[in-house]
Design a protein around this ligand. Structure first.
Ligand code: ATP
Length: 218
């Protein structure tokens, strides 16, 4: 049978249980052979991550160790230019071949910004897009995406056919947790127990990550 691989990019600064539950639920729902978490080096659409690429990668590795089918793909971290998704897809295709079904997981907000992505019109040549939609989100797709949605979306995500080319929606109620919230808690000395896996918590403490910067007014 053709392999089916999910892809979830992010800064993972740090990875938390919101990422992990969402990834695992999609992996189960779509019977994925593998779901790769892909930490980005220099995300084109946001600020510099607070800790090094290596530390973010280490934490994702710890989080998915022994949690099949979740895995880590570090190809974006060692590129000397922004982490464009189109580059990642091209390199995955070159490596995995034309037959594998690739499902790119994208949150609804990120999907609405798709027309700003580098070479966005080529993305569907390489993958299907699985839009993670929240049941409580109400916004409409931007005009630039209307035609694309009319031409490419399928009502039943299970009906995605072939290696690439379609858009489907998955409805999930995400856990109300963000990396920003985790960083803020750490910065103010509060606990993040149960918001990240224990191994990630131990790593953060062992390396003194995300602690408040020392005051400059002493
Ligand atoms: P930050 O707070 O720093 O913006 P984040 O928690 O949103 O970070 P990212 O690394 O930006 O984390 O997210 C990677 C991917 O995971 C994105 O597609 C994002 O929408 C998704 N994601 C983040 N938090 C959750 C969550 N709680 N539930 C489901 N998906 C999530």
């Amino acid at each position: 049978m053709t392999q089916r691989i999910g892809l979830l990019g992010g800064t993972f600064d740090p990875i938390h249980i919101g990422h992990l539950r969402a990834a695992l639920e999609v992996a189960e729902q779509f019977a994925l052979d593998e779901l790769r978490l892909i930490p980005s080096a220099r995300p084109p659409h946001r600020g510099t991550p607070q800790v090094s690429a290596q530390a973010r990668l280490d934490m994702v590795r710890l989080a998915v160790a022994d949690v099949p089918p979740l895995s880590v793909d570090d190809r974006e971290l060692w590129r000397d230019r922004p982490s464009w998704t189109i580059d990642t897809l091209e390199s995955l295709r070159a490596e995995l071949g034309a037959e594998v079904q690739l499902l790119l997981l994208v949150g609804w907000d990120a999907f609405c910004g798709l027309p700003t992505w580098h070479r966005w019109q080529e993305l569907l040549d390489h993958c299907h897009i699985l839009v993670l939609q929240r049941p409580d989100a109400g916004s409409e797709a931007p005009d630039a995406l209307r035609n694309l949605l009319a031409a490419r979306s399928v009502a039943d995500p299970k009906a995605l056919k072939g290696p690439a080319g379609q858009i489907a929606f998955v409805w999930q109620m995400p856990l109300a947790i963000s990396a920003t919230q985790v960083r803020e808690r750490l910065g103010s000395g509060r606990s993040i127990r149960f918001l990240v896996p224990d191994a990630v918590l131990a790593y953060i403490h062992a390396h003194g990550l995300y602690r408040a910067a020392p005051s400059t007014q002493e």
